[in-house]
Design a protein around this ligand. Structure first.
Ligand code: ADP
Ligand code: ZN
Length: 650
């Protein structure tokens, strides 16, 4: 059963090609990246393993073949919320989609099963544990299955952090349904996870589509932690007023603190962590998805399967535990391809805390060693003087030839300096104080601060006492962070964050090795307040506020923008779906840009498929042409014409 007959029969009666499907059902002009190749391969009956970054457009890779091939496409995804979102979005595009999960009544499930057996569904979303039941497999064996799609396929890997035992059973699909194409999809890039997916899902012969992992629209930014809340506030006020985003914190307590603080400051913020009652968590998640401008303050418990496309920023106020985790978490920003920020601040205390967690965990020695190594790789990223995107992509075995121009080190190039002498001072200070003290204390000794503590340990008599007066405390803290990142020092987690010398520091102390250090950009008070970056002389750099790039050039456009958004929200509420499921921001912006005068012109706007055009085209067209019509005051022509009867169709 093809999409053509029920969605677009007036438009393209006989044409069922993938591209037509993309144009008419989803309203997009052209395929992105590997999409076309994957889709052709699947339509031709082949199996595929698809690795694409978050926001790369994985869903279409199986949705379109499921529509073009005869029969029903069966999609496995781990989270019910995700399932619901996808099904809702598909229905609003006119696709016959449904899901089966544990939250439904048996009556509802029965109805879905009925529709499936009558050939009345194009796509069926199922949780893995349900699909692998014998009864489900028998049922599917009696149907015409177009393909199996296994989304978030890294959940089958024990190596990763999202392991789901239920995924292990999915290997059976290949045996039970020979000849039915299978596609596994993930955004997790590392080779070990990939191997596990292939092995456990029996995809040895599948064609691998390894897309680039770059997310060019995300701007990376890492800064030393001063005052986490103040820095967050400056960032939000400067760049993200009224926008949606996620703030990650390391513990439940910190999540609560930051959420409360943001609410005090007038933000629409909610906490999310595993310690909250399930209902409350669900409520906060719903508000994040369905309202605009919500800031979610969360532990890493939040995020998997959240495919809200218009998350404009992800801020880390504490250090994530590895580059993989960081990349996955920051990847939740800007799925819609519009500019987004990944902002992180960190200090030595974070390193000590994370290291402490690793030490205290029940993991084996080998695992702990690995995690420590991941942490130090991460520090290397934080303290780099190179383009951050180049460092990130290299970690995933990808080469970016030129610096990206869209990260902090590109936008405000970091000066390097010969810090050999200072490194020697710092290292010998660690040595002379018996490798027991943390950064702040060591900085006091170096700068010759004569406080009770220093005196009580008699460290004011040391040769290193006061030899570092030429630099401020901040500069010294930066040097210590870099020495840890470079592996000359390590944080002794059991000793409450005391620094210890590593073997590799010997050549530095002996003067046989030079140390290049980074000079953290100096920020003026004004720069901090606006969230914009300034160079060391206080001049603004190329770090433009995102808002200024996307702002409308006239107040009419801005008013129109608000009107379109209001209408979208109203429809979304009636349909009980997030606003972005109706239209993306980019689609609304294109409407304003092109100001279509007819439904035909409207059809040319990206993101408006045939079904949405039919359903919402008139309403939005009216709104767009309102300003020119000069409606009499107090009369809302949209209302006057009557709303489309949305409830009856859904
Ligand atoms: P992923 O699952 O890889 O994270 P999605 O499938 O959710 O990504 O797609 C991300 C966004 O990009 C979605 O909003 C989707 O509608 C949009 N998109 C996907 N493919 C295209 C395309 N060819 N043209 C325009 N937009 C696209
Ligand atoms: Zn860069």
């Amino acid at each position: 059963m093809l999409f053509v007959s029920h969605v677009t029969n007036q438009l393209h009666p006989a044409d069922s090609s993938a591209l037509t499907c993309l144009n008419t059902v989803f309203g997009y002009e052209a395929f992105r990246g590997d999409q076309q190749a994957v889709i052709d391969h699947l339509i031709g009956g082949g199996d595929a393993l698809v690795l694409m970054p978050t926001g790369g457009g994985k869903s279409l890779c199986y949705q379109i073949p499921a529509l073009v091939r005869p029969g029903i496409g069966v999609v496995v995804t781990p989270l019910i919320a995700l399932m619901r979102d996808q099904v809702n979005a598909l229905r609003l595009a006119g696709v016959r989609a449904a899901c089966i999960n544990a939250t439904q009544t048996s009556e509802e499930r029965w109805q879905v099963i009925q529709r499936a057996s009558q050939g009345d569904l194009d796509l069926l979303y199922v949780a893995p544990e349900r699909l692998t039941r014998e009864t489900s497999l028998d049922f599917l064996a009696g149907l015409d299955v177009a393909l199996f799609a296994i989304d978030e396929a890294h959940c089958v890997s024990q190596w990763g952090h999202d392991f789901r035992p239920d995924y292990m059973g999915l290997g059976v699909l290949g045996e039970r349904f020979p000849g039915v194409p299978r596609i596994a999809l993930t955004a997790t890039a590392d080779p070990r996870t990939r191997e596990e997916i292939v092995e456990r899902l029996g995809l040895g012969h599948a064609r691998v589509f390894l897309g680039g992992f770059d997310r060019p629209n995300i701007r990376y930014h890492v800064a030393p932690k001063d005052n986490a809340h103040k820095q967050l506030l400056a960032f939000l006020k400067g760049e993200h007023q009224g926008e949606s985003g996620i703030v990650y914190r390391i513990s439940r307590k910190k999540v609560e603190e930051t959420a409360r603080w943001l609410v005090d400051k007038g933000f629409n913020a909610f906490p999310y962590h595993a310690g909250l009652p399930g209902e409350e968590r669900q409520l906060h998640q719903d508000r994040f998805l369905k309202e605009e401008g919500v800031v979610m303050v969360a532990t890493i418990a939040f995020g998997l399967g959240i495919d809200k496309p218009d998350v404009r920023f992800v801020a880390h106020l504490d250090l994530p535990k590895s580059l993989e985790a960081y990349y996955q978490e920051t990847g939740r920003a800007g799925r819609d391809g519009e500019p987004a920020n990944a902002f992180m601040i960190y200090g030595m205390q974070d390193v000590a805390t994370l290291g402490f967690f690793i030490d205290q965990s029940v993991a084996g020695e080998e695992q702990k060693r690995l995690e420590r190594q991941k942490l130090s790789t991460f520090l290397g990223y934080c303290e780099t003087i190179r383009c951050r995107r180049q460092v990130l992509l290299e970690y995933f075995d990808e080469v970016l030839a030129e610096p990206c121009g869209n990260c902090d080190t590109c936008l405000e190039p970091v000066e390097g300096w010969d810090g050999t002498r200072e490194a020697q001072m710092a290292l010998s200070c660690v040595y002379r104080t018996d490798q027991r003290f943390g950064v702040n204390y060591l900085v006091d000794v170096l700068r010759g601060v004569e406080n009770d503590r220093v005196v009580s340990f008699r460290h004011h008599r040391l040769s290193t006492y006061g030899i570092g007066k030429h630099l401020g405390a901040k500069a010294w803290r930066s040097i210590f962070r870099q020495l840890v990142a470079a592996g000359f020092l390590r944080v002794d987690y059991e000793g409450h964050g005391g620094l210890k010398l590593e073997e590799s520091c010997r050549p530095v102390l002996k003067g046989e090795k030079q140390v290049r250090l980074r000079k953290d950009p100096v920020r003026t008070r004004k720069a901090r307040a606006s969230g914009a970056a300034f160079d060391s002389s206080g001049k603004p750099t190329a770090w433009k506020s995102r808002n200024s790039e996307t702002a409308f050039d006239s107040s009419e456009s801005a008013t129109l923008w608000e009107r379109l958004r209001e209408m979208r929200l109203r429809i979304a509420k009636e349909q009980e779906v997030p606003p972005y499921v109706i239209f993306h921001d980019a689609t609304l912006r294109e409407m304003i840009h092109h100001m279509p005068k007819s439904l035909d012109e409207m059809a040319g706007i990206p993101g408006i498929g045939a079904f949405k055009l039919k359903r919402y085209g008139e309403v939005f067209l009216k709104l767009l042409n309102l300003s020119e019509e000069r409606a009499p005051p107090g009369r809302d022509p949209v209302k006057a014409k009557g709303d489309p009867d949305l409830s009856s169709e859904f």
